[in-house]
Unconditional design. Structure first.
Length: 141
């Protein structure tokens, strides 16, 4: 019984540490409150709702969504742009089964995997900046 309680306490402790480091829209606004207060009411409402729009600055996007999962540059015939990519944070689950043998013995194993987001192909949104302003937003529907 003591071992089970210790495991539960350790798990809860790790969960608290993990989630304490998570950034929320409210916490990002609070860290930048003086800048946020200078925005028009409609922009403030959009940021609080976790939305962005054409013409937003990187600071506005950062308050709405936090740090992007990756940043890269794109150059086209129209010039250079910076792309911020955000992946889905929804967990995904996988299950695997393996069979092995050797030395006259056979073993079977199973595993369950849980991730908190997809790979690079799992971008849910890309925000494109040109000249320090959002010029396009690509979202997966």
């Amino acid at each position: 019984m003591k071992i089970q309680n210790s495991v539960v306490i350790a798990f809860l402790g790790l969960a608290v540490v993990f989630f304490a480091g998570c950034s929320t829209t409210s916490s990002r606004i609070s860290k930048n409150q003086s800048l946020f207060d200078t925005y028009p009411a409609d922009v403030q409402a959009s940021i609080r709702a976790g939305k962005t729009d054409i013409g937003y600055t990187p600071e506005m996007v950062m308050m709405a969504f936090g740090e992007p999962d990756r940043r890269y540059s794109r150059t086209t015939e129209h010039g250079a742009s910076e792309v911020w990519a955000y992946k889905s944070k929804a967990p995904s689950f996988s299950f695997g089964v393996g069979v092995g043998g050797g030395g006259g013995h056979t073993a079977i194993g199973t595993g369950v995997g849980v991730t908190t987001g997809g790979d690079r192909s799992g971008d849910k949104m890309r925000v494109i900046f040109e000249g320090g302003k959002v010029t396009a937003v690509e979202q997966v529907k």
